[in-house]
Design a protein around this ligand. Structure first.
Ligand SMILES: [Zn+2]
Length: 186
């Protein structure tokens, strides 16, 4: 059994990218994390839902500290992408910290599941500037399955089971990675 942290994008006070008022990354992430948690727990893994306390830097550090204290095997923070270019910018990507071999593998395994989504595949990208990726002491990945600001892509949220599909794909990617780790903790 593995210990997995699923972190919520942003917070209630600053909900991240949005489409109109009612669709925000924060709301999406709560739902998608609940789906992924259910699936991972059904398979016997221990899942921790991590909330960010606010938009300030201390609050980001708080969620990273919490993850580090839990001693999890991996941490995944689920976002949706946003852009002021509402038509042209679109597609799926997963982000890891440069040089983190296992983080990159986790990102690649989740990205591999995202190919079932009807969006352009940008693959795994690396970023040095994100505290969640840099300061966590376990393999960590940020998922961006599509652009919430894109007028067609955000319609995926209208689908009856859109959120469920994304949540299950994220869980599947994590499970594939765990299997590669050699059936972590039996
Ligand atoms: Zn975000």
């Amino acid at each position: 059994m593995a210990k997995i942290a699923l972190s919520n994008a942003h917070c209630q006070k600053a909900q991240g990218a949005q489409y109109h008022d009612e669709r925000t990354e924060w709301l999406y992430a709560q739902q998608v994390n609940a789906v992924a948690r259910d699936w991972l727990e059904k398979l016997g893994h221990e899942v921790f839902l991590i909330e960010q306390g606010g938009s300030a830097r201390e609050d980001l550090n708080k969620s990273v500290r919490e993850i580090n204290q839990l001693g999890v095997d991996c941490a995944v923070e689920n976002h949706l992408n946003g852009s002021s270019d509402k038509k042209a910018t679109y597609g799926s990507e997963c982000i890891c910290y440069p040089g983190s071999k296992s983080g990159r593998m986790l990102a690649a395994d989740i990205m591999d599941c995202f190919r079932y989504l009807p969006f352009k595949q940008h693959g795994v990208t690396e970023r040095r500037d994100l505290g969640f990726l840099r300061a966590t002491n376990c393999p960590a990945v940020i998922t961006e399955p599509f652009f919430i600001t894109h007028e067609h892509e955000n319609r995926f949220l209208d689908l009856d089971r859109g959120i469920e599909v994304v949540g299950n794909l994220i869980a599947e990617g994590i499970l594939t990675w765990l299997t590669r780790q050699g059936g972590l903790h039996g």
